[in-house]
Design a protein around this ligand. Structure first.
Ligand SMILES: Nc1ncnc2c1ncn2[C@@H]1O[C@H](COP(=O)(O)OP(=O)(O)O)[C@@H](O)[C@H]1O
Ligand code: SF4
Ligand SMILES: [Mg+2]
Length: 326
């Protein structure tokens, strides 16, 4: 079956004073129908940038020198603005890390949800739209929906605001939900509730999910398959149980080792060094300056994705089949 979303060979650069930050470096990623996919990697590796490219939300100072993004066979990068509006309303929804920034402070929650429902075109008539808004809030287990619809964002807690964002994201039926670190800004006690809610909704509706997280624990609970990202490249992909049983890329191995120290601030303790300077990234494997197993070839050549078992591929010369080694 065709994937719902397919990213091929995508590059994204940001123009800054002094040149281009070459952030996303030829990544490929696919999401199947109803599949829950995790995108895992430390802060700054380009997760949000990749998803902004999918949503056509990249800022003006960016450029996409190469790549293709297809959503249900539509070519996202070449859509007209009108087509983009339509696909954001009906095809893909995104939940952002900061629920405060995603809501408009000057409109009531009701006005914002009703607007999304109206634009989706699935329900018509003032009363019907209001009823649909109430049921959307009920779906995300918010008590007293009528009162909340009359509230402004500042009158609600962070957890409630993120529920509203999820409500907005699912208020029109979308085929793909992108959740970008949806619980990072929330209280620990609320995090599990929000993740359970996302899982329940996507499972019930058969919606495909891309969950972006720097937490391996969250990814394990929530996803069927994982892409590990490092410095703008996909370094490993595997079905979730395969990856946890047998991480292979030296970066993934370091990531798993640093889990106990992982408290939302990155993996610095587990893997010495930092993400490279995107103005002048290393020419070969981008992990080479930090890699304990680096070889001479790693400095000059970019490793391809080598399959190691069914469904498991690794972008590292250590896994290049013997016949292909130079
Ligand atoms: N608008 C922008 N202009 C310049 N650089 C940016 C911009 N947005 C992100 N970046 C840079 O791109 C890199 C990747 O950022 P991002 O995609 O947010 O990573 P992640 O979501 O994995 O933390 C970072 O180095 C960040 O500073
Ligand atoms: S390709 Fe080389 S530098 Fe990159 S992860 Fe593998 S061994 Fe390390
Ligand atoms: Mg991000």
């Amino acid at each position: 079956m065709d994937p719902v979303l397919s990213i091929q060979d995508l590059q994204v650069w940001y123009r800054i004073y002094g040149g281009y930050l070459k952030v996303v470096n030829r990544i490929s990623l696919e999401v199947g129908l109803g599949e829950k996919v995790g995108l895992v990697g430390e802060t700054g590796c380009g997760k949000t940038t990749t998803m902004k490219a999918v949503m056509r939300l990249l800022p003006v100072q960016s450029k996409v020198p190469a790549g293709r993004i297809s959503f249900e066979r539509q070519d996202i990068l070449h859509m007209s603005n009108t087509e983009v509006q339509k696909f954001r309303r009906q095809g893909i929804a995104m939940i952002f890390q900061d629920p405060t920034a995603a809501l408009n402070p000057v409109f009531t929650i009701g006005a914002q949800i009703e607007d999304v429902i109206r634009c989706s075109g699935s329900v018509k008539g003032k009363e019907e739209i209001h009823k649909a808004a109430v049921s959307v809030l009920e779906n995300v287990a918010l008590p007293d929906p009528e009162r909340i619809l009359g509230n402004y964002p500042f009158q609600l807690s962070g957890g409630m605001r993120q529920r509203i964002c999820i409500a907005l994201a699912i208020s029109a039926s979308r085929r793909l939900l992108i959740a970008d670190e949806p619980t990072t800004s929330l209280d620990v006690t609320i995090q599990a509730q929000i993740l359970n809610l996302i899982r329940k909704i996507v499972t019930e509706r058969g919606t495909s999910l891309i969950l972006i997280t720097h937490s391996l624990g969250v990814a394990r609970e929530m996803t069927d398959r994982i892409y590990v990202m490092y410095a703008g490249t996909i370094v490993e992909t595997a079905r979730t149980p395969q990856l946890y049983a047998n991480p292979l890329h030296p970066y993934s191995v370091g990531l798993f080792r640093s889990v106990p120290r992982l408290s939302g601030g990155g993996f610095a303790d587990g893997i010495p060094g930092r993400i490279p300077d995107y103005l002048k990234p290393p020419g070969g494997c981008r992990f080479q300056p930090r890699c304990p197993q680096a070889m001479p070839i790693c400095e000059v050549e970019i490793p391809g994705l080598f399959p190691t078992e069914e469904g498991h591929t690794v972008a590292c010369f250590l896994y290049q089949p013997a016949g292909g080694r130079q």
